[in-house]
Design a protein around this ligand. Sequence first.
Ligand code: SAH
Length: 568
Amino acid sequence: MIGLISATAAGAVARDRLATAWPTRTRVYDGSVGDAVRAAFAECEQVVCFLATGAVVRLVAPLLNDKTSDPGIVCVDEAGRFAVSLVGGHGGGANELAREVGELLGAEPVVTTATDSAGVPGLDTLGFPVEGDVAGVSRAMLDGEPVALDAELPWPLPALPSNVTYPAPGAAPTIRVSDRALEPGDREVVLRPPSLIVGVGASKGAPVDEVLGLVEDALREAGLSERSVAEIATVDAKADEPGILGAAERLGVPVVTYSAEELAKVEVPNPSDAPLAAVGTPSVAEAAALVRGGELLVPKRKSERTDGQPAMATCAVVRRLARGRLAVVGLGPGARDLLTPRAKDELRRASVLVGLDQYVDQIRDLLRPGTRVLESGLGAEEERARTAVAQARRGQAVALIGSGDAGVYAMASPALAEASDDIDVVGVPGVTAALAAGAILGAPLGHDHVSISLSDLHTPWEVIERRVRAAAEADIVVTFYNPRSRGRDWQLPKALAILAEHREPTTPVGVVRNASRADESSRVTTLGSLDPAIVDMMTVVTVGNTATREIAGRMVTPRGYRWQEEPK
Ligand code: SAH
């Protein structure tokens, strides 16, 4: 819950805008400001005060306890110009809240946490448990001091600044990425990726302490960190076994279960008859840990009982393969404000960026310092697709970029055709050239429409022609991509001639060059009078259907509403 507190009429107006926009997330605290702040501090995860920072500092100072548990506090000034993240920037989420509040009220978010303001990720915000000198190493990272990245395990991390180098230059502050139980040294942090799967088998009624003790001993003796345990894996039949659920809860990890049939297929070093009889697979602990692949670090071991009774639990530990992340990101047609916030986030998260050099130039300033950029020229599609997938397979966070939407005549399909299910893939949609052009021309895509690429480099002309003919016969609005280049000049006139067999010469045609870019130009002409010479590879050409009209210089394809047909 976000507590809202204001003292004046102007503050109350801004407060109410937040309360109206986020009815389920916010609660208004009325009454004396002091009491309101104390109550909100005690009851809410976050507090927004429409008060001077000085007043808030005095009120909350006696209440502050610990940055891991205190609420995040944001102050908004009377004039609503600034949203200041005052307390709990990371842990309390105040930095993020200041941005959200700023966006809603049109106020400038003020964030002074060093790592955030420099566009460098805070080591405690990477989504992994972190141990050691977080403040010291973050500081060094920010100050541009050489910092060593000692990644024992490749794991998708957000890109780190360019002063973070691999391999380790020696005595520098160090970021280690490890699941081993090492103590961070001086000026060192250890990031704990979720790399360990603990397979567990248990007899009915096995006590929590027995299961947990077994897992803890196994990890300790193998020199592994509990904080890298991602999950406990077992067989479906044990999904409700209290000892397993209790141990998982105490470790703070989920329980994942597999069918006996699936587990029986996994090759394991230590199968046995007991589980085969009980649940139908010769191995539970080892098989459940290994079923998704990985390296067996601790083979099956049994719990030890002090009372001489038979062991009731078994466990095995596997280091799973890192799942890399491939983000296929559409950059939009060119203008920065047509690049989506989600695309920006993905670019900043990537440790490796793959793309055509001219697209990389479009967004280079958005990349975090230190991002590895693998750029190539026109025509190297296959190489780009392979490179992106290969990098993701190595456990990297990869962004593969394309203009417009990366799935439209672009890199998504060749990349996904290369990819297997051992990487995570996310797609970020972008504004296509056809949509950007449509918005410039008016409303040409108001009814059914199709995009056709006239490039016959990879598609035989007969196929293209068949599709143009089909669109012509079906009276569909057509946007031509890749319409004309120096070496390919007869295709556009031919395609237009096919459409002209079914549409009047007066049919409106929109030609848009460099939509949303600095040298944008556009014109609305007709099928009968379009001069193909004004068209090049920076252009899309949208041909209307038989109902499309030019109205006030704009191209409009009616939706066919009855009310628009009747005389006024
Ligand atoms: N993925 C892109 C299309 C790439 S194919 C998209 O979703 O839009 C390349 C063709 O797209 C170019 O030959 C041109 O026809 C068209 N194109 C791309 N960006 C454009 C822009 N800003 N203005 C006009 N046409 C553009």
